[in-house]
Design a protein around this ligand. Structure first.
Ligand SMILES: C[S@@+](CC[C@H](N)C(=O)[O-])C[C@H]1O[C@@H](n2cnc3c(N)ncnc32)[C@H](O)[C@@H]1O
Length: 201
């Protein structure tokens, strides 16, 4: 009996070793900005990590926003991409963000820069949001998140919309341009896609 339970414990330990990590284990509580008790925790596609400002600058150089065009940052964090797009390019900028705290912070940052006329933030899930008005979409999520999001991008975005993704490609799409940034011997690419040319591999 004792022997059988020891075997059982060993089997359970082996299963735990190969079981996929949970969302909480992957992202950790601190990095998601959402606690596990939040009703939105399961909707989170990526942790909160900010793009450095020089990466934001390179992303927008690739996207080339024109005044009057509309940029959507899907998972906008503290709003830095929206602020740069509005301030430097005169673009309209819309952020979608799940975390209530980050929505408040991004709105405050926009207000501090007096950019309310051009930039705004919606609290919500990017999988459920209307992004059809975008001329440019910016992403800093994960490859898996981009794959999850791809059908939404394909059915919602109008022809010629540019999509820029930092660090992670959109699986199944072909980039029309790419910039590479090296840091600590590692490559951090920025991918530029265009609808629908990039849909074909
Ligand atoms: C890596 S951060 C990027 C923040 C910002 N775009 C930047 O580049 O600095 C990803 C952001 O996406 C948000 N996020 C994750 N899943 C989301 C979802 N389903 N809907 C809306 N926002 C989401 C996170 O809260 C986080 O702020």
């Amino acid at each position: 009996m004792v022997r059988r339970s020891r075997v059982g414990v060993a089997v359970l330990a082996a299963m735990a070793a190969v079981a996929p990590l949970s969302h909480a284990q992957l992202f950790g509580r601190k990095r998601t900005d959402l606690t596990t008790s939040s009703p939105d925790f399961k909707k989170s596609l990526a942790p909160y990590v900010t793009s450095p400002q020089y990466v934001v600058d390179r992303m927008l150089e690739l996207a080339k926003p024109k005044p009057g065009e509309t940029l959507y940052d899907l998972g906008c964090g503290d709003g830095r991409i929206l602020i740069t797009a509005a301030q430097k390019y005169g673009a309209r900028a819309v952020g979608i963000e799940l975390s209530e705290r980050l929505v408040k912070q991004a709105r405050q940052n926009i207000s501090d820069m007096h950019l309310e006329g051009l930039a705004r933030v919606e609290q919500g899930d990017i999988m459920q949001s209307d992004i059809s008005g975008a001329d440019i979409v910016t992403l800093y999520l994960t490859t898996t998140a981009n794959e999850t999001l791809r059908p939404v991008l394909e059915r919602s975005l109008k022809p010629n919309t540019r999509v820029v993704s930092y660090d992670y490609p959109i699986p199944g799409w072909k980039a029309i341009d790419q910039m590479d940034r090296q840091k600590n011997g590692q490559s951090h690419p920025i991918y530029l896609y265009q609808v629908p040319a990039s849909f074909k591999q």
